[in-house]
Design a protein around this ligand. Structure first.
Ligand SMILES: [Zn+2]
Length: 426
């Protein structure tokens, strides 16, 4: 069955941070042909309609068709504790996160929250998320089972922690290795699922555990590895105290085999020059989580400087430390962080970050994140006049960027007019 979707289309041929607006392709009357779960063709509606007369047409009018949003760092088990008041990173973990994560030893509770998580994120147009689970293998099974049910491309891994966490949330170097390996063998590459090796961060793993996880990654170097890096200054100081021999925070990962091109380093705010240079050298990805960084009071990510230096950077909610499931709200927060650092990110840059940028960070740039023939047909359809406030602002627009920016800044789930997952309407 061929589907032809009509609307405005927005595509990128390259990273607009480095290639400018020449990297963007906007069609005001565009079309996307979908068949067999993939995008088969894109172009002007006037060209594609006569070429595929048998295709079933869905006309979205003036709405904007974009690749589905890709959330490159989330904690689905924190769904129910989003918007919890008044704590910074370490207190946040102890007060809200750890008690909630302890509940995920119960498969029924894990399944309930995983289903709720995907239901919520789909309403915001997120078609792929890369999530931390909890230390419990059941939490990974629940996440992947629910993702597979919906046909989603999804990534996750069991959190590894063997110190500085409550007893009920501690594994060991050996059990972290064994459980991670078993889950990886069970889920990685099945349907559209990828297992991600997931030490929470250096403060909650002993050197022995980091080494065991590093050994696992060396056995499966094609897998991604995700963790947290330099989110808050007191966390950085704590890491230095826990690892007195380390040159810096990044070195605690590198010394244990946890620095590499398939590494995802969440937050990466308070980096030293050596850490930046080393991350660039190995081409590890940095994941920017702007609502979280402001909500927990962590600091201002240097998007412009790190883009200029050539880092691969993804965009993410970091729910529930992040204060929204919405990648639109996350783009708005990235814009605000950019402003506080003296650089207004262009709507093209924001959209690129939430789609192709995150896909490239996750090493999935050949599968998702772009409107191109051969890519998987995960799409979000954005109503650029979803509320009276947005409608009156976008009505004055002189180009697609002016029409889109009010939705980036003010849009919520009401702006999401449709979502397509693997070529099917979700
Ligand atoms: Zn996180």
């Amino acid at each position: 069955m061929q589907h032809l979707l009509l609307g405005q289309t927005l595509a990128f041929t390259a990273n607009p941070f480095t290639h400018g607006l020449a990297a963007a392709r906007h069609e005001s009357h565009g079309a996307i042909l979908i068949e067999g779960g993939k995008i088969q063709a894109t172009g002007p509606a006037a060209t594609l309609k006569p070429r595929y007369p048998q295709a079933k047409i869905t006309d979205y009018g003036r709405a904007l068709l974009s690749p589905g949003f890709i959330d490159a760092h989330a904690h689905y088990p924190q769904t129910a504790i989003i918007a919890s008041w008044g704590k910074r990173l370490i207190d946040w973990l102890n007060t809200y996160t750890f008690p909630e994560e302890a509940r995920f030893h119960d498969p029924a509770y894990a399944a309930e929250i995983a289903a709720r998580y995907f239901d919520l994120t789909l309403t915001f147009g997120t078609t792929t998320a890369c999530s931390f689970a909890t230390i419990h293998p059941t939490s990974v099974d629940a996440f992947f089972t629910e993702a597979a049910k919906r046909g989603l491309r999804a990534l996750a891994g069991k959190v590894c922690m063997d110190r500085n966490a409550p007893e009920a949330l501690r594994d060991t170097p050996q059990s972290a290795y064994d459980d991670s390996r078993r889950l990886l063998e069970k889920w990685h590459g099945r349907n559209r699922l990828s297992y991600v090796i997931s030490p929470r961060f250096s403060p909650t793993s002993s050197p022995e555990q980091l080494a065991a996880i590093g050994a696992l990654w060396a056995e499966y170097p094609g897998c991604l590895m995700q963790t947290h890096l330099s989110e808050q200054l007191d966390e950085v100081a704590w890491v230095q105290a826990l690892f007195p021999e380390a040159r810096d925070y990044l070195d605690t990962y590198e010394a244990h085999g946890l620095l590499g091109p398939n590494g995802l380093y969440g937050h990466a705010i308070h980096l030293t020059d050596r850490e930046k240079a080393r991350l660039r050298e190995v081409d590890g990805a940095l994941i920017h989580c702007p609502t979280s960084n402001m909500f927990i009071g962590s600091g201002l990510f240097d998007m412009a400087g790190l883009q200029a230096a050539g880092h691969r950077i993804g965009l993410a909610t970091d729910t529930g430390g992040g204060s929204s499931f919405s990648m639109l709200r996350t783009m708005a927060a990235a814009y605000e962080v950019g402003q506080l650092r003296g650089r207004a990110l262009h709507p093209a840059e924001l959209m690129w970050l939430a789609t192709a940028g995150s896909a490239e960070a996750l090493r999935l740039g050949d599968k998702i994140g772009r409107l191109e023939a051969g890519m998987e047909a995960d799409l979000v359809v954005l109503d650029l006049a979803s509320t009276p406030v947005i409608e009156q602002a976008s009505a004055r627009a002189e180009d697609v960027w002016g029409a889109l920016f009010p939705t980036i800044m003010l849009g919520d789930d009401r702006a999401v007019k449709g979502v397509w997952v693997g070529g099917r309407m979700a």
